[in-house]
Structure formats: structure tokens, C-alpha cells
Design a protein. Structure first.
Length: 345
């Protein structure tokens, strides 16, 4: 394969049984007017359908841009680990094989990244907006960060505004400088769902500078059958939600060790994931899961009284910990209302 002297951006595409969607994803990544400094790494994670053949077909046609790794199934985390390890670009972007990117946004983002690569100290993290592209919905909800960050400006954590309840930097919204992931020694758990939360959280203390570009870059496709974010699937996998939440708790720095803005953001994100995990434990209607939910919050307190105090004081955390059957009824009712109004899952 042709070796490139400089690669600005590595797209990592984890793919397991994605023959229906992989072409749309890869085609969107190939829409850049100039792909000479882009690489696309497709990780075929032990697929049993036509995913491998489709990926290999792209690699044969465009070997200067596309590489494929076939591996035994290791789950989403294992596929991301493999892709990041292979990445040669100065920046890394994970794009799930059933998702895609906007062509106009791709051009704008590449212009910014190329400019950063020419600097002696490129930004560590690039943030963009993303779109919830739900099956059957004409109106597509866009998660924007324009009220939190000034666009096209180099920022530190203390320059950020206040994040809203539904605003957090998930995998779909972020581009890491590859060196940041290497310094963080990021290694996601294998055979575990929802590790994208860890991916978007654990490396943050290694991020010193960031930039926001106000464009809806990423289309997050939701609503297909068998998706891991469907309500029933999340209820069935509460053990994995708890595992991910525990890992994030361990990754949360004490307040005096990082900038105030970073600490407040990580508390915000940890609060959200703790609430989400608690909601699905409550939705399961299993008394043992009610005990696990209470234990989750106790564990945060035990790991760090200060972090536990700060996570519990958020409005969402106070609501999720309303006591008894009445509190659980309010949570279940609130979830049904929110799902009807927004319908993300």
C-alpha cells in the first residue's frame, strides 16, 4: 500500500455485521474534495455477513485511503482499540459503521484540522455538533454547543460556558489528537457495550486546548432493529452500564488536580451517566437492581467524598435519588414522557 508522508485525519470505522450500512458510511467519508491526507481504517470485528467483503472491495479500489483489519469479535471497544493503534493521522475520529458525516461539514473540519497540523502546538480536541438521525422522523434533532463554546477559537477548559442537561461531548462530537489518546494509554474494555462513554471521558485530563466548529458533522443513526441504545436492550444490559459508570468514576480527577472548567464538565458528564444508568435500573422493575442503583451512588461517595458530593448536588442526580416507590414511579413516568417528546432511543 502507498505510504503517506503526512496524514491529517484517521477515520476509525468499527464494523460488526454492517453490510447494509457500511457503504453509506464509507462513501460519506470519501466525499472530501482532497483525500490525500485522510485515511479510513475499517475494523471488521468478526462479522458473519458481507461486511468483510464490502470493506475489502473498498480497500482494493482505493488502497491509498482505505485499510481493513479483520479480527475475531472483540466488541465495540476492542474494535476501537485496534483502529486507534493503527491510526497514523495527527487526529482520530471514530465513526460507527451505521452512521455517516455531512459532506459540507467534512470540508470545513478538514480545513481546520489542516491548519492546526501546521502549528507548533495543535489543539488537543476538536468539537462539532451532531445530529440524532432517527428512523421515521422528519425533524432531526441537532445537539449544538454554540452556547457553551465560541466557534473557531482556541480554548482552554476555563473558557467554556455551562453545559445543558442534554449537552455532553460524546464520541460523535469529538476528534482527539492522536497523541492525546496515546498519552492517556486509552484501552477500552472488550465485549462491553456503551464504552463510547469511556472513550469520550478518560482522556480528557490530557486535553489542554480545544476548539469548537459550529457545524453538524456527525449523523447518529438511531432506531434500527437490534441497536444497543434501544430501551429494552439497555434494560437487559444494565450490568454493562454499571461497569462503564464504575470505570468513569475511577477516571474522575480530584478537583485540585485539573482546571476548574474541566472538573465541572467531568462532574456534569459523570452525573448524566450515573443518572442514565440509574434510570434503566429502575425501568427494569427488579428489586435487586434498585439495590444495585443505590450501591452505585454509595460507591461514588466511597471513592471520593468530594466527587460524590458534587455529583449528587446536580438537579438530575437529586431527582433520580427520590426515595421509595413514589420516587421510582416519577422516574418511570418522566422517562415515558421524555421518550415521546424527544424519541432519541
Amino acid at each position: 500500500m502507498q505510504h503517506k508522508s503526512h496524514i491529517t485525519l484517521s477515520f476509525v470505522v468499527p464494523a460488526f455485521n454492517m453490510e447494509v450500512y457500511l457503504g453509506r458510511c464509507v462513501d460519506s467519508l470519501l466525499m472530501a474534495k482532497d483525500s490525500s491526507d485522510i485515511e479510513i481504517i475499517v475494523i471488521d470485528d468478526g462479522s458473519s455477513d458481507g461486511t468483510a467483503a464490502i470493506a475489502d472491495g473498498y480497500a482494493r479500489r482505493i488502497p491509498s485511503v482505505i485499510r481493513v483489519l479483520h479480527q475475531s469479535n472483540k466488541g465495540h471497544g476492542g474494535a476501537v482499540n485496534a483502529g486507534v493503534a493503527l491510526a497514523r493521522g495527527q487526529y482520530v475520529k471514530v465513526v460507527d459503521a451505521d452512521d455517516w458525516v455531512s459532506p459540507g461539514s467534512l470540508e470545513r473540519v478538514m480545513a481546520v484540522l489542516r491548519s492546526e497540523c501546521g502549528r507548533s502546538e495543535p489543539v488537543d480536541l476538536l468539537v462539532t455538533d451532531y445530529v440524532y438521525d432517527k428512523v421515521g422522523r422528519r425533524h432531526k434533532h441537532i445537539v449544538r454547543f454554540d452556547r457553551v463554546m465560541k466557534s473557531d477559537t482556541r480554548l482552554g477548559w476555563d473558557d467554556l460556558g455551562r453545559f445543558g442537561l442534554s449537552q455532553y461531548l460524546i464520541m460523535h462530537s469529538i476528534f482527539f489528537r492522536t497523541e492525546v489518546l496515546r498519552r492517556a494509554r486509552l484501552r477500552l474494555p472488550e465485549h462491553t457495550f456503551y464504552v463510547d462513554f469511556i472513550y469520550a471521558y478518560e482522556p480528557l485530563p490530557y486535553v489542554k486546548t480545544l476548539m469548537y466548529v459550529d457545524t453538524p458533522f456527525y449523523h447518529y443513526f438511531i432506531g434500527r432493529e437490534g441497536q444497543s441504545v434501544q430501551t429494552n436492550a439497555m434494560i437487559a444490559r444494565t450490568d454493562q452500564l454499571v461497569r462503564v459508570n464504575h470505570a468513569m468514576t475511577l477516571d474522575t480527577p480530584e478537583p485540585d488536580s485539573v482546571p476548574d472548567g474541566l472538573y465541572h464538565y467531568m462532574i456534569h458528564f459523570l452525573s448524566i451517566t450515573s443518572v442514565v444508568t440509574s434510570v434503566f435500573l429502575i425501568l427494569s422493575r427488579r428489586p435487586v437492581n434498585y439495590m444495585i442503583k443505590d450501591g452505585l451512588w454509595r460507591d461514588i461517595d466511597m471513592m471520593s467524598p468530594r466527587i460524590g458530593h458534587d455529583v449528587r448536588r446536580t438537579l438530575a442526580s437529586r431527582a433520580i435519588n427520590l426515595p421509595g416507590r413514589g420516587g421510582r414511579f416519577i422516574i418511570r413516568y418522566g422517562y415515558r414522557v421524555a421518550d415521546r417528546l424527544v424519541g432519541f432511543n
